[in-house]
Design a protein around this ligand. Structure first.
Ligand code: BEZ
Ligand code: FE
Length: 283
């Protein structure tokens, strides 16, 4: 009996059917791969060393394995299999490693900029959260996070206080949300680990197009993890982690302040506006 058949059969006693399928199929496919490429002992050892170093880099603030999954396109494939079952709901995309839990709950139209607010043109992001029938979803928790002008997230950059460019907003009775911020910038994913070595070796880009992350949680609805991307970013066609979807690309327009912008959003100077509605599916 071949070693492949023996190895696959050795996991047949796992009683949970789904776990049995996951493990036996994995073993079978790994054996198929080794056969197909006729793996040498040196290559096998290099692969073990790569995975060992990847694991050694991981700690609470650094998830090199998630990054590896992202650059291999696995994260987006899992996303594709598990979400977007219809054309109306807002598409999801990669979660990424820079989410921080328990950020401050902010009021409608509050700013998430905690530092140097006067230096940049303000950005207003506003819209509605609704369900597939177009009905407003009130009390949805909208977690938002983005990079600063230097292309770094708080938590990654010791110079930024942890709640800078982060916050949780709660949608209003009519589903409306409004967030003040600054424009995000395109940035490079961490390149100082095993994933960085792999991308350099493959002459691949480290860049992600400018985006703002959202995680939206509402009772009775599937949670949505997504981004909005700025149109015309030069990396939209070449995202290092394959996260761009057409329906997530948004326009930002430069606006002059008027009575409404002053009273509703506290904006009394030129500002950028992004309008984006999120649609959630029932759970
Ligand atoms: C991010 O968008 O924050 C991200 C996603 C995947 C890998 C690295 C960063
Ligand atoms: Fe990001």
């Amino acid at each position: 009996m071949s070693v492949t058949i023996q190895a696959v059969q050795s996991f047949q006693c796992i009683s949970d059917a789904r776990h049995r399928t996951l493990i036996t199929t994995l073993v079978q496919k790994l054996h198929d791969y080794v056969q197909e490429v006729q793996l040498t002992e040196t290559e096998w050892l290099q692969a073990i060393q790569f995975l060992t170093q990847t694991g050694q880099l991981c700690h609470e603030q650094r998830q090199e394995y998630i990054l590896l999954s992202d650059v291999l396109g696995i994260s987006m494939l899992v996303d594709e299999i598990n979400h977007q079952k219809n054309e109306i709901q807002t598409p999801s995309t990669v979660f990424g490693p820079f989410f921080v839990e328990n950020m401050p709950v902010r009021q409608y139209a509050d700013s998430i900029v905690m530092e140097d607010e006067e230096l940049s043109i303000p950005l207003l992001i506003k819209g509605k959260i609704s369900n597939l029938r177009g009905e407003a979803i009130a009390n949805a928790y909208v977690d938002v996070w983005q990079t600063a002008d230097n292309g770094m997230y708080s938590g990654q950059d010791p110079e930024q206080q942890i709640d800078n460019l982060r916050g949780v907003f709660v949608s209003q009775g009519n589903g409306a949300y409004a967030i003040k911020s600054i424009l995000p910038v395109s940035y490079q994913i961490p390149s100082d680990g095993t994933v960085g070595k792999l991308l350099s070796y493959a002459k691949r880009t480290f860049w992600r197009p400018a985006h703002i992350h959202f995680k939206i949680v509402a009772e009775g609805y599937q949670s949505l993890v997504t981004h909005i991307f700025l149109e015309n970013d030069k990396y939209l066609e070449n995202d290092a982690v394959f996260g761009v979807k057409d329906r997530l690309i948004v326009r930002h327009q430069l606006k002059q302040p008027d009575d409404q912008s002053k009273t509703l959003y506290g904006l009394d100077r030129d500002y950028y506006l992004i309008e984006y509605d999120f649609v959630l599916s029932e759970s």
